[in-house]
Design a binder for this molecule. Structure first.
Ligand code: GTP
Ligand code: MG
Length: 199
């Protein structure tokens, strides 16, 4: 796979020309967005990762195989980032997700070790209310026992079925073991076929 870093931006209008189908990685800080981008592309230091939440602070675009964009977004819900910075991030992410015209799917990454977090469910509902197509990615599957993992996925899907008529697609991944990466890539390849050129 060919992948290159294009640019970082803090406003949707300053992002690269929307000439390719695009996929955004969103989710709480530290859930593993940047790690998954590195694992998917097979390039270790493509996206910057950190054990400290709040590493990614701008919207970073990567062009994959000269065919589609991956956008690595800052995480939400991290208390230790200054309030001022946090107040800027929310609108930046929300505006990007509602305005970016080539966005095909917004992936919401969820830590598969945890029960559903209120902030994730609220964010998913917000995407739904705004008609933004989404899919779920459960991360860090290597850190979770098989049974526990299946249970946690089940709980999240059940919770969502309270408010959603049709459940979003989901894939279980690990950036450590590579689990689920092929499934994720074939999902993206399938959606790429729906791209009809720049809107
Ligand atoms: P922000 O940029 O702060 O929003 O975080 P992020 O979601 O981009 O998380 P990042 O990729 O920086 O990873 C956070 C931490 O989780 C790092 O210490 C990673 O090594 C670890 N991590 C990410 N994915 C996995 C995984 O699949 N398995 C394991 N075991 N650890 C992971
Ligand atoms: Mg990151």
């Amino acid at each position: 796979m060919n992948a290159k870093y294009i640019s970082g931006c803090t406003h949707w209008s300053k992002c690269p020309e929307p000439g390719y189908p695009e996929y955004a990685f969103t989710g709480r800080s530290n859930v593993g967005k940047s790690s998954l981008i590195n694992a998917l592309t097979g390039i270790n230091k493509l996206a910057k990762i950190s054990t400290t939440p709040g590493k990614t602070q701008i919207i970073n675009h990567f062009l994959i195989d000269e065919k589609w964009y991956l956008a690595d977004l800052p995480g939400y819900g991290y208390a230790k980032i200054s309030k001022k910075t946090r107040e800027k991030w929310g609108p930046m992410i929300r505006e990007f997700l509602t305005r970016r015209e080539n966005l095909m799917t917004t992936f919401v990454l969820i830590d598969s070790r945890l029960e559903p977090q209120k902030i994730d469910l609220e964010f998913i509902d917000w995407l739904g209310e705004n008609n933004i197509p989404l899919a779920l990615i459960f991360t860090k599957a290597d850190k979770c026992k098989k049974k526990e993992l299946a249970q946690n996925v089940d709980i999240v899907m059940k919770k969502l079925s309270d408010s959603w008529e049709e459940l979003p697609s989901h894939v279980v991944t690990s950036s450590e073991t590579g689990q689920g990466l092929d499934d994720l890539l074939s999902f993206i390849a399938g959606v790429n076929r729906l791209w009809k050129g720049r809107p």
